[in-house]
Write a protein that binds this ligand. Structure first.
Ligand code: SAH
Length: 359
């Protein structure tokens, strides 16, 4: 058994069952600490790796905001930067606008994996003087609390601009199912059958739960509840509400997810670019759940913040992806039309992926 299997085994020996959220919380950090994850040799590919256009358009969103509101000072904060590709393209683009770039204070990167922090350092080391790494978002929020007095890293009065691409899909969910008799929670237990994973063979089961789902369920329908949304949204709110920035902070959450009523499991494992049984090759496959954007919107609105949700394709069109793509072609002969389509086409990433702007 590897270290992860030992850990899961220990929890199951002590409690017999674990819920899906406990499983995700244990597996996801291990996965990012130990796997290539991204790109051809990994398990999945994200928008910044598909195309430089993605980061360039996000940068234009930042630049547009800075110009419209004549922002004198801003910090950039990214959750889950992966290989650092998105921040690389954002910084490279902002640097084309020296007036805006001169207003950029600190870049804060929130990354739980030490291995990925190292990769991000090598991707970004020449792009900006002032980049700080954090193991969690709380550490950025702590800096904000202290920044009633100006500090070198989060100036009082500076707007904080937060971006998170494919971060929220890593956060753990619990799953509740309506049975003939009650509401039960979907749990994981050790299977009696001999396992392929060196003796740790897991299976799903259900246990009666004292829980009232937010939506009405028919028999066999599943309600997913993310257990970390409140925590992360609360920290984002704290960082955005840092004193004296005049409400000029913004956040952008981009992910695959839904807005309509969802009554099925969205737990998904990807292994070498193919869907995989979440209970097989545990720790070697990427594990995610779709993002419930309606829930995120209502949490932010309950904090008194505003939200604007768009399809990824619509957002990228609005901030000029078509013009950027043809300009690049005219000036360099490089044709990124296929990448543009992959990011914006409704049958590809354009509609499944959504962009939630918080202000
Ligand atoms: N934004 C990147 C990578 C997305 S993958 C891209 O678009 O390519 C998810 C990223 O979030 C990884 O960098 C992973 O290590 C990080 N991550 C996941 N859960 C985390 C957590 N709870 N705290 C900090 N980082 C986390």
């Amino acid at each position: 058994m590897n270290q992860l299997q030992h850990e899961l085994n220990k929890i199951l020996d002590a409690n017999q069952f674990m819920n899906i959220a406990q499983f995700m919380e244990t597996v996801v950090p291990y996965y990012y600490a130990n796997n290539i994850a991204f790109g051809k040799d990994g398990d999945f590919i994200t928008a910044p790796q598909i195309s430089q256009l993605f980061g360039e358009i996000l940068a234009l969103w930042v630049i547009n905001h800075c110009i419209t509101h004549q922002i004198a000072q801003f910090n950039l904060i990214e959750l889950g930067p992966g290989m650092g590709t998105l921040m690389h393209d954002v910084l490279r683009t902002i640097k084309q606008f020296p007036d805006i770039y001169s207003s950029l204070g600190t870049v804060h990167l929130v990354e739980g994996s030490e291995r990925l922090q190292k990769i991000q350092k090598s991707t970004l080391h020449n792009l900006h003087q002032n980049i700080k790494w954090h193991n969690n978002l709380e550490s950025v929020a702590e800096l904000c609390k202290a920044s009633d007095k100006p500090t070198d890293s989060l100036q009082s009065g500076a707007a904080n601009i937060i971006i998170a691409n494919e971060f929220f899909d890593c956060l753990p969910v619990r799953q509740f199912i309506r049975t003939k008799h009650d509401i039960s929670e979907i749990m994981i237990q050790k299977s009696q059958n001999f396992g392929q994973d060196n003796g740790l063979n897991l299976e799903f089961t259900i246990r009666p739960a004292d829980f009232q789902p937010k939506i009405e369920l028919e028999i066999n329908e599943i309600y997913e509840q993310n257990i970390n949304y409140n925590y992360y949204c609360g920290l984002i709110k704290d960082i955005m509400n840092q004193s004296n920035n005049g409400g000029l902070s913004r956040a952008l959450i981009i992910d695959y997810g839904y807005v309509e009523r969802c009554i099925k499991s969205t737990l998904q494992a990807l292994y070498r670019h193919k869907y995989h049984d979440p209970l097989k090759n545990i720790g070697d496959a990427d594990l995610t759940a779709l993002v419930n954007f309606t829930e995120l919107e209502s949490i932010f609105e309950s904090f008194g913040l505003n939200t604007h949700l768009r399809l990824q394709g619509d957002f990228l069109y609005e901030y000029g992806i078509v013009a950027r793509c043809s300009d690049l072609y005219d000036r360099t002969g490089v044709d990124l039309t296929d990448q543009l389509e992959r990011l914006t086409d409704k049958k590809q990433m354009g509609a499944l992926f959504k962009v939630l702007e918080i202000y």
